[in-house]
Design a protein around this ligand. Structure first.
Ligand code: CS2
Length: 490
C-alpha cells in the first residue's frame, strides 16, 4: 500500500482538490495571538474563525500555540509546519479544510517561550482553551485555588510557569518590564463569565507575586468574555485514515467536527483584533445571555446524557440520544432551565433546542459519553447547579437537573452497572473516590459536602437532598436506562 506524504507547507500544493486550502500566505503571516491550550477544540474552533477573518480582511493575526501538558499535539504539528485539516461531518456530508494560522507551536517542555511570546510587542491577544480545570480555581466560588500544586509551584521565585494563570502572569510581568502596553486576554472555555473569572484569577495570582504588577494588569489588560460552541470529539485513528484518503496527504494533527460553529465575543480588545465579525463570530457588548443559554442548555444536557448514557451502556451521545427516553428527558431538562435564562434578543428558543437535539443526534460524530463525563467537579456548577439554585429560590421544580447531578454521583462511584471499573478522570478524583464510596444516603451528604463544587448552601437544602437521595437510590436499584425511561414519562 502506498503511504501518503505528510501535510506540510511544502506538500500543501499537492493536497486533493476537494480540500479547501487556506486563502492566505502562511509564509507571510505574522503572529499577533498567543494561544494557551492547543487541543482539538482550539484547532476546530478559534483557529478556523481567525483564519476566515484573516482571509476576509488580512492582518498579522497568526497564532503561536502552546500546549501546556500534552506532548502529542505539538509533536504532530511541528513536522507539518503547524498545518492541519478540519473535517466537518454531519447530515450535510463531509467537508475538509486546511488550516494554516498556527505559525508557531510550543511544546510543554518549552513553556518559557510561551511567556516570552506574550511579552513580544506584536502580541495583542492571548487566548486560552485550557478546559475548566486549567484555571486552577474553585469551581463554586470562581476564585484562584491558592493551594493548587501547580499554582504553588509557579509562585516559587525563579520557577518556569506551567499553569495557565502562572504563564499569563509571567508573560504580563515580562511585558510590563519591557515597557510595553497591555493587551486582551481572551478565555474560550466553558466557564460562566469566563473573562471576569480569568481576570479575578490572574489578578490574584499577580498579587501573590507583586501587588504593583496586579495593579498594572488591572489598568492595562482587557478580559473580554466569550461564548464558544462547536462539538469536537477526540480524534481517532479512523478519523485520521479518512482524512488521509480525502486529503491525499497524511495528517497526524487533523480534527473532526460538525459544520455548526458559534463564537460570541465581547468587543473589548484595546490593542486590536482580527476582523472576527468577518470570520463568522458575533461581537457583542454583553456575552452573558448567550453564555448562560449555552451552558444551561447544551452543556447541562451533555453532562446529563454523558453520565446516564455511560451507565446505560451507550458509548456515544448519538447512541444515547437515540435510546428510549433520552431525548424526552433532555427536553424536560430544558423546560426546567428555560425560566432561569434571559435570552439574547431575537433568540428563537424552540429552534435553538431543536437544533441542539439534531446536533446531539449527529451519527457522523462519535462523541464519547466518557469524554464528556470527565472533570465533572469542574463542570457541574455552571451546567446544572446554577439552574437548581435559581429554581429553588423561585420555588420552581428541579427534578430533572437533580437527576443529572444524581447521575454524576452514581457515576463518581467508579463502578458501572455490570460491576466493571469506570476510569474516572477528574482533578478531584481522590476526594471523589473517598466520598462516593458509601451507600446512597450517605453518598449524597458526603458529595454535597464538597464545598469547592457545591458551595455552602446546597447541602443544607432538605428538599434537594431528599430528591438526590431518591434518584441515586433508583439509579442503583433500577439502572440508568429504566430511570431515564420513567423520568421521560413524568
Ligand atoms: C462538552 C463540551 O466535553 C464536554 O464537556 O460538553 O466540550 C461541548 O461539546 C462543547 O462545549 C460544545 O460547544
Amino acid at each position: 500500500m502506498q503511504t501518503n506524504a505528510r501535510l506540510s507547507l511544502a506538500t500543501l500544493p499537492r493536497a486533493a482538490a476537494a480540500a479547501r486550502r487556506p486563502a492566505i500566505d502562511p509564509h507571510r503571516l505574522g503572529v499577533g495571538i498567543v494561544h494557551l491550550g492547543c487541543g482539538a477544540f482550539h484547532r476546530a474552533h478559534q483557529a478556523m474563525h481567525v483564519q476566515r477573518a484573516i482571509e476576509a480582511a488580512g492582518g498579522d493575526w497568526g497564532i503561536a500555540a502552546a500546549s501546556l501538558r500534552g506532548e502529542a499535539v505539538p509533536a504532530s504539528l511541528l513536522p507539518q509546519d503547524g498545518l492541519y485539516s478540519v473535517l466537518e461531518r454531519d447530515a450535510d456530508g463531509a467537508r475538509l479544510s486546511v488550516n494554516a494560522v498556527l505559525r508557531e507551536v510550543i511544546g510543554p517542555t518549552r513553556l518559557a517561550a510561551a511567556a516570552a511570546a506574550i511579552a513580544r510587542p506584536a502580541t495583542r491577544i492571548v487566548s486560552l482553551t485550557v478546559t475548566e480545570k486549567g484555571y486552577c480555581h474553585d469551581p463554586a466560588s470562581g476564585e484562584l485555588d491558592e493551594a493548587h500544586p501547580d499554582i504553588r509551584a509557579d509562585l516559587v521565585p525563579g520557577a518556569v510557569a506551567r499553569s495557565a494563570p502562572g504563564l499569563l502572569v509571567a508573560g504580563l510581568a515580562a511585558r510590563r518590564a519591557a515597557g510595553l502596553g497591555g493587551l486582551a486576554i481572551l478565555s474560550c472555555d466553558n466557564l460562566p463569565e469566563n473573562g471576569e473569572t480569568t481576570r479575578r484569577i490572574v489578578l490574584r495570582m499577580a498579587a501573590l507575586r507583586d501587588p504593583a504588577l496586579a495593579a498594572w494588569i488591572a489598568g492595562e489588560v482587557d478580559f473580554p468574555c466569550s461564548m464558544v460552541d462547536r462539538i469536537v470529539p477526540a480524534t481517532t485513528e479512523g478519523d485520521r485514515a479518512q482524512v488521509a484518503t480525502l486529503l491525499g496527504l497524511s495528517d497526524e494533527a487533523c480534527v473532526v467536527t460538525e459544520s455548526f460553529s458559534q463564537w460570541v465575543v465581547e468587543d473589548a480588545f484595546r490593542a486590536g483584533r482580527p476582523a472576527l465579525e468577518l470570520g463568522g463570530a458575533t461581537l457583542v457588548a454583553d456575552v452573558r445571555p448567550f453564555e448562560r443559554m449555552k451552558l444551561r442548555l447544551l452543556n447541562a444536557a451533555h453532562s446529563t446524557i454523558a453520565c446516564l448514557g455511560y451507565l446505560a451502556g451507550h458509548e456515544t451521545v448519538a447512541a444515547a440520544i437515540a435510546a428510549p427516553g433520552f431525548a424526552r428527558l433532555v427536553e424536560r431538562l430544558w423546560d426546567e432551565a428555560a425560566p432561569t435564562l434571559s435570552l439574547p434578543a431575537g433568540t428563537d428558543l424552540a429552534a435553538y433546542r431543536m437544533r441542539l437535539l439534531a446536533r446531539f443526534a449527529n451519527p457522523h460524530l462519535a462523541h464519547r459519553t466518557w469524554q464528556i463525563a470527565m472533570d465533572g467537579t469542574q463542570k457541574l456548577p455552571q451546567r446544572l447547579l446554577g439552574t437548581i439554585r435559581d429554581n429553588l429560590a423561585a420555588g420552581r421544580p428541579v427534578d430533572v437537573a437533580a437527576l443529572g447531578v444524581a447521575a454524576w454521583m452514581r457515576y463518581a462511584r467508579g463502578i458501572d452497572e455490570r460491576g466493571g471499573r469506570i476510569d474516572i478522570r477528574d482533578p478531584l478524583a481522590g476526594e471523589l473516590a473517598a466520598r462516593a464510596a458509601g451507600p446512597p444516603e450517605e453518598r449524597v451528604d458526603a458529595l454535597l459536602g464538597m464545598s469547592r463544587v457545591f458551595g455552602e448552601d446546597l447541602r443544607g437544602h432538605e428538599g434537594l437532598r431528599a430528591l438526590l437521595g431518591s434518584w441515586l437510590g433508583r439509579l442503583e436499584r433500577e439502572g440508568a436506562a429504566a430511570v431515564v425511561r420513567a423520568a421521560a414519562r413524568a
